[in-house]
Design a protein around this ligand. Sequence first.
Ligand code: SF4
Length: 470
Amino acid sequence: MTKRFYIETVGCQMNMLDSELIASGLLRLGYEPAISASKADVVLFNTCSVRQHAEDKVYSALGRLKHAKQHNPLKIIGVLGCMAQKDGPLIFRRAPHVDLVVGPSQLGQLPRLIEEVAAGAGPTIAVSSDRKAESHREARESFAPFNPARRAEARPVAHQAMVRVAFGCDKFCSYCIVPSVRGPEQSRRPEDIEEEVQLLARQARQRDVALEVTLLGQTVNSYRYRDGGRTFRLADLLARLNDVEGLARLKFVTNHPRHMTEDLIKAVRDLSRVTPYFHVPAQSGSDRMLRRMRRGYSSSQYREMLGRIHETVPGAAVTSDFIVGFCGETEAEFQRSVDLVREARFKNSFIFKYSPRPGTHAAARFEDDVPDEEKRRRNNELLAVQNAISEEDNQPLVGRTVEILVEGPSKTSLKHEATERATQLVGRTTCDRIVVFEGAGELIGRLVSVEIEKAAAFTLFGRTVTSATN
Ligand code: SF4
């Protein structure tokens, strides 16, 4: 009988991509996707450790599966990804009905491990060694990149794809667990990346849709691959991918302000498929907080970088992340973040309340001394400032015609209609602005011109003005 798998994914785009690649591996083994955890023989949680809330969600979901496992002991339950690497055997203690704990670097072994558990191997753990206890070379070996072949059937849509260009991170920002759970930064060979993008573009052409590729790295702009005497950087990679036949748009996230070099900004200006969109997290506008966070730049260096982006790529959209209520953040220091948001006029900002992560420098050295109520207030204040700016800056787009890549049915449409009958669609401009408009399902995956009729902080509303092209 065909075995079925179900993957629940928490966290960032890296995890979304990992889940797609895990699904590829299981499809290759003959497994089929299940529509829910209750209908699956193998239930996998691909987890995130960046915030406590994300971990709590997984432990609650595991708790809910306890009875299902008692009812069907052959059901295999696995915890994968960052939380697996961080908590390791603790997961078996907190949820003894879990069969598998597999870190991000061991995901390539997952199909074999599932088969072994199914054959009666019992609880199984596969994680990397403790990065801090290893030499750099040992850590690189222990944190092997997970990079299997892509399969069209495992991809949620043919018109958008994420492609990892680098694994891990060496920055060790004081609040962040990523360098411990994802290991040292390792960039992929440009030839392999190009081959993968070529394959994705071929698959998109076969389905007659336009392709948008998002290059992923924890700090994507520190991409660096040495080959003999030559070093390839992100700008070189973008130039190499720009001419792939069938590729409509090329994006890259997430950037670190220190690596926002001239050549990269100019590549965005000069390469036709690269979208004028930069996600460059500032995290704080206070220099003392930035030092405590070990971000490696000051607020004036961040402002100077923004100036270079806007001077070189006029009209570019810049987005940011902020942490509010970081250890010891005073009201005056929080206001420096408000100042930066007002001055930078980001397209939008993702704002997070600080959540201490065990195993990080900040959790060990600083007191988490801003009360939660105060963190919430700062979060709301910063968000309100950002939202007012987003709404204001979207107004000049009213009356203009923009090109959007149609992503799928809008949320409202999804509630009421099947995808193919959807009448309200959603897409994005090259500057990553969300546009909602009326249109037929066959426009999904196509580039369409839309005239903007109304603008809110997060969404533009419009109507199509041309027939679809791709
Ligand atoms: S750059 Fe800093 S915040 Fe980003 S993944 Fe690396 S350590 Fe974490």
